[in-house]
Ligand binder design. Sequence first.
Ligand code: ADQ
Length: 517
Amino acid sequence: MTSRPEGTQLPVVLLSHRGPVSFGRDEEGRRTASRGAGGLVTALTGLMSDLPDAVWVCAASSEEDAAVAAEHDGDAVEVALEPEPRLLDQDGEDGSGVRLRLVEVDQRAHDDFYTVIANPLLWFLQHGMYGLALAPVLTKREHAAWNDGYVAVNRLFADAVVSEVQARGGRALVMLHDYHFYLVARKVREQCPEAVVSFFLHIPWPGPDAWRVLPPAWREAVLDGLLGNDVVAFHTEGFARNFLLTCQELLGLPVDLEAMTVRVGDRVVAARHYPISIDVAAMRELAASPEVAEHADALRDAFCGEGRQLVLRVDRTDPSKNIVRGFEAFATLLEDHPELVGRVSFLALLQPSRQDVPEYADYLAEIGAIVARVNAAHAAEGDAPIDLRLVEDQALAVAAYTVCDVLMVNALADGMNLVAKEAVVVNTRESVLALSENTGAHQELGPFAVTLHPFDIQQQADALHEALTMGRDLRRARRQAAARVVEENDIAKWLSAQLNDLGVHFAAERVRPPGPA
Ligand code: ADQ
């Protein structure tokens, strides 16, 4: 549980696109509730359960979510997350629930918001995935999706946040999450001037030129929306600096790169960085469970015999994760070092992602094609070197973390990358982390990793070879050092650092512009 730091005495209104619980129906037509996965939901749930006056605003992501919202006239509902997620009576049975406001969004507006603007356009732009010669192409369709999708959906969520803040007397700590909601803070500030408004971005913020891909009116709306916050927070200092430089370059605003602030009229907005992390204790508890142990035994039998080594990757099938180049690098490794054929396997546990976005569907097909090519070229006595499994299976992923010799993370760009942090705290074979220099995690774990350059296949192949041939003592020292960094900077610290800063700097009074008061 995350305790509330002193000073943050305001009620919390949290906004994220996905919420902690989603409802459905089982075969007999009974209502079911399932819990959202991931460290972020766990951490924020801890915070929200501690605060009786808090509310979590999120999208109704299923028909049943919308039905639950409609039964309560769109008001917040009380849900319990432990031991099993379920809907509680309006005031909570034992006061331990989380208040959830499920916002129903018109399907068409949501498609435009989500599958035309947020993923792909904003995601691609912010991960540097456009080649620009042929994409993106902004037509009437995208303009309509911006206005009727992104802008309209942001307005809808801003209205929900505003009504929750007003229900708390206009004074609240508003915590907004991620690139889906760039426009919300401005509207909250206009209507709730007493609120303290903060935003956390989970993905990279590129430099000013990247944003010129968006029409001026759109990029100015994004920046203007964000400048409605008191604090805009990122995973790394580099992203925070890029944000300030973007405000300077595209809006002509004065920025202070020492204080990490930007001045907007008579207000000062702070850019901060808080590297997100994992719940180390929960990850280790899971790693020690019988289900994980059973998977680990099977993986050891399959991949970890005498003289054999296992390279692992665990990812969503997102083009930003650079999966295709990763397999090309593995093929180059086997060509350059034929003695490794039959002795090194590559297990890829890939969760199909965003298949309603054409670029993602194409990318998944490309992954299948390259695996078939590499396996055909390098099979040893019928044994394929790459084992590709399209699964979302947390227990299997954690079991694979425990037994791998090398974890490959070669993302083109990644806000943080939690897979790297998860693996280093549970591995039992002194694995080597092969980590892209373009991940937020590289800031913390780079010194203990073999660094990958995501566009350079040869360099990645050489780095994999270095990892596979590294001496035991060095492997052990590096993995232990990396695990210590994650232990000392876990998810609780990520959250309490933000709340402390908000409490200290903003609960009583917002940051004033420099100069005479
Ligand atoms: P993601 O892009 O989703 O997150 P990441 O941080 O690696 O990337 O988190 C993925 C999570 O999904 C991990 O917890 C991992 O264990 C799990 N996962 C992935 N593939 C899986 C599979 N096949 N089976 C089971 N579990 C799987 C975004 C940003 C990141 C940032 C996080 C948090 O893109 O940069 O670190 O948000 O801010």
